[in-house]
Design a binder for this molecule. Structure first.
Ligand code: SAM
Length: 239
């Protein structure tokens, strides 16, 4: 699926760059985490992945990192958000984008597969606990035998503390507010409002042990934590 926008290429590049800056605020050590994940995706199976699925891949900045590392990979970015997918589609990247909702198992059909690598970075916390549990089994179905799943998200070691007092606009809101001022994005943002109507992030956060148990229950035999910092972790599961 390709979604058009009249944004100039340099503006697409700027919004995607700003997205990464914004995401680094929420995911401490994001670059190191991704590097650790991509290294695992090559080391664990013993060769680089050919087919990669980025679940909740947003504007395709992770897909870009994947292609920088493995230029021959066939990368699919799946997301519910038409505005973010348009930024991915209009970047100079050789990717396939798919619009689908992880709210039920119906996302599996458009996702396609089988994949050598399925990844979900900062995506699962949008789903409620029961959906995250089922999602592990669904993601496993998309992997070829021996394929790898990477999950990175907030996985707090202790119960999440009460919210800190607000010290101004958060970077997420600031990014979306600024994007809303782009006339070229108006139609896509209307489409986004319709697509996301009635949906909100579950803000789900569970410790690493919970995710390991969910992955084992889904049939992964050796879910391993490859990286951990400040209540965030990267888990690697082999099918
Ligand atoms: C915090 S962003 C992370 C994006 C990207 N993985 C990254 O690290 O830059 C969460 C992503 O999950 C997507 N998402 C949230 N709920 C979803 C759902 N129900 N179905 C599909 N995608 C969803 C959002 O649209 C967004 O792109």
């Amino acid at each position: 699926m390709t979604m058009a926008t009249t944004l100039a290429p340099e503006d697409v590049a700027r919004w995607r760059r700003d997205w990464e800056t914004m995401m680094r605020h929420y995911q401490p050590g994001r670059d190191d985490l991704l590097a650790a994940g991509l290294t695992a995706a090559e080391e664990v199976p013993g060769n680089p992945p050919e087919r990669v699925l980025d679940v909740g891949g947003g504007p395709g900045t992770t897909a870009e990192a994947v292609l920088r590392r493995w230029p021959e990979a066939r990368v699919t970015v799946l997301d519910i958000d038409p505005a973010l997918l348009a930024l991915a589609d209009n970047a100079p990247l050789r990717i396939r984008t798919v619009r689908a909702d992880l709210g039920s198992a119906r996302w599996l059909a458009p996702a396609g597969g089988p994949y050598d690598l399925v990844m979900a970075l900062m995506t699962l916390h949008y789903l409620p606990a029961g959906r995250v549990r089922d999602w592990y089994a669904e993601a496993r179905r998309l992997l070829r035998p021996g394929g790898l799943l990477l999950v990175a998200d907030a996985m707090p070691v202790a119960p999440v503390a009460a919210e800190r007092p607000d010290s101004g606009t958060d970077p997420w809101t600031a990014w979306w507010t600024a994007l809303a001022r782009e006339p070229a994005m108006a139609r896509l943002l209307e489409e986004r409002t319709a697509a996301l109507s009635g949906l909100s992030s579950a803000e789900f956060a569970a410790p690493v042990g919970w995710h390991r148990a969910a992955a084992r229950r889904a049939g992964f035999t050796d879910p391993t934590v490859r990286w951990e910092r400040a209540g965030h972790a990267l888990m690697v599961c082999r099918r």
